[in-house]
Design a protein around this ligand. Structure first.
Ligand code: NI
Length: 128
């Protein structure tokens, strides 16, 4: 690819710096895009809503803190450095007892609340 074709400059992304600029929860920010997928950063605290995604698999990577992903039949605890992939169609609910920093990797079409649209839906996440 030539420089003229490139839409995004090549530059490293500091997760620590990006997370330091986020001061709310459940509000994903886009920090990178590739191949129709987005890299998003989000801080979580408390319990989200049960939902699933019809078309998209979601990847969660814990940066700092911990949380648990609840499924209808079990719960998976996640610590820093852990990755969890939630397949499309599977109901899930993230719950964080204390604030946790999470990286998401998923298609740009992915809505945070999946099949639901409510006050927690972020239709167009901001870029950071
Ligand atoms: Ni989800």
């Amino acid at each position: 690819m030539s420089d003229q074709e490139r839409t995004t400059p090549i530059a490293k992304i500091s997760l620590a710096e990006k997370f330091a600029a986020i001061h709310d929860q459940w509000n994903p920010r886009v920090v990178g895009e590739l191949n129709g997928q987005q890299v998003k950063l989000v801080k979580l605290r408390g319990a989200f809503v049960w939902h699933h995604h019809e078309q998209e698999d979601e990847l969660f990577l814990v940066h700092r803190g911990s949380f648990r992903m609840e499924f209808r039949d079990r719960t998976i605890e996640l610590a820093p450095g852990d990755i969890l992939i939630v397949p499309r169609g599977v109901e899930h609910r993230p719950v964080a007892d204390a604030e946790v920093e999470v990286l998401l990797f998923e298609p740009a079409t992915t809505l945070n609340t999946g099949n639901l649209v409510n006050e927690r839906t972020v239709r167009h996440p901001h870029h950071l």
